[in-house]
Write a protein that binds this ligand. Sequence first.
Ligand code: ACO
Length: 333
Amino acid sequence: MIAETFAGVALTGTGSAVPDMVITNDDLTQVVQTSDEWIKSRTGIGARRLLRNEESLTSLAVRAGKQALSSAGLAATNIDLILLATSTADDRFGNAGRIQHELGAKWAVAFDLTAACSGFVFGLVTAAQFIRTGTYRNILLIGADVLSRWVDWSDRRTCVLFGDGAGAIVIQAHHEDRLLGFELRSDGSGHHHLNIACPSLQRQLTNDINVGQGTITPITMNGQEVYKFAVRSVPEVIDKALYRSGVSANELDWLLLHQANQRILDAVALRLGVPSEKVISNLENYGNTSAASIGLALDEWVRQGHIQPDHLIAASGFGAGLSWGAVVFRWGT
Ligand code: ACO
């Protein structure tokens, strides 16, 4: 569908979905040598949701997508584009097409976008470009990850951090531009700090022909390096996005960071001078849900009535790649 003119961007609906199975810090003491006290004090996480084997990323993403469409009052057949931000697709060829089919969004083009825990912010900015050029009017962005399938359950340094979930938003063309500014960054020199690597093993096909056979390894992470990177880099991109938006940190109603670690949230808020009551945090219940976390938290805060139309929000994602970015927007139309 082609819009008539260049258009502004508005965020008009939210949705989310989490699995019903809960694993608490105490449950994890049966899996690795850890304690509720260590996990809570170092991360702020108390529990996370885990997907059952018979469930899929697709089913979570579809639930979140349906909710977002219904909250925006939009039929699936009116969606022009579906973006799925994920690092844990059910299919390495991509997952968005299956979600398009299950939603019944038959006119939408759909594709996956992978930028680890920055995926939601990268996806939101990507969606905005399609709207601003007048190409599409109605876009569904879903951030979904099931990192529980890719953690090493014998590695206490990582397995306690992650949980599964999906968060979704509807982004629409609007006469007023409500997405005020953004900044996206990548630094591949730090790619080795956080990986779900896909090494290939040598396989001999004939006497003369050797090829590589793909494999996938569980998450490896240098937690301290990722921590330092986040605390240093996230305030910088938020500052830049605020500058581009022509607003300052003290005008923000909400700071919405990727839900990785409460200590990171606190340190970033302190550097920006944002008081703790304006910092959205639900990681105590869900852990780090990667590309889902910003959409999941946004949906909870909208549904609970904390976020009101016109509220000014700075959202920032950061993680593997290394990748990080921030976007400043006013909620609603
Ligand atoms: N339970 C008990 N002890 C533990 C655990 C655990 N679950 N994990 C580590 N420890 C131990 C370590 O073995 C170490 O013991 P030692 O000193 O005897 O060797 C001690 O605790 C301290 O370990 P550190 O790694 O120094 O702990 P730190 O305070 O740095 O906290 C953490 C670790 C929570 C991982 C922190 O570094 C962090 O949050 N980093 C950022 C991670 C992150 O946000 N990653 C996701 C990015 S998003 C994405 O793209 C996926």
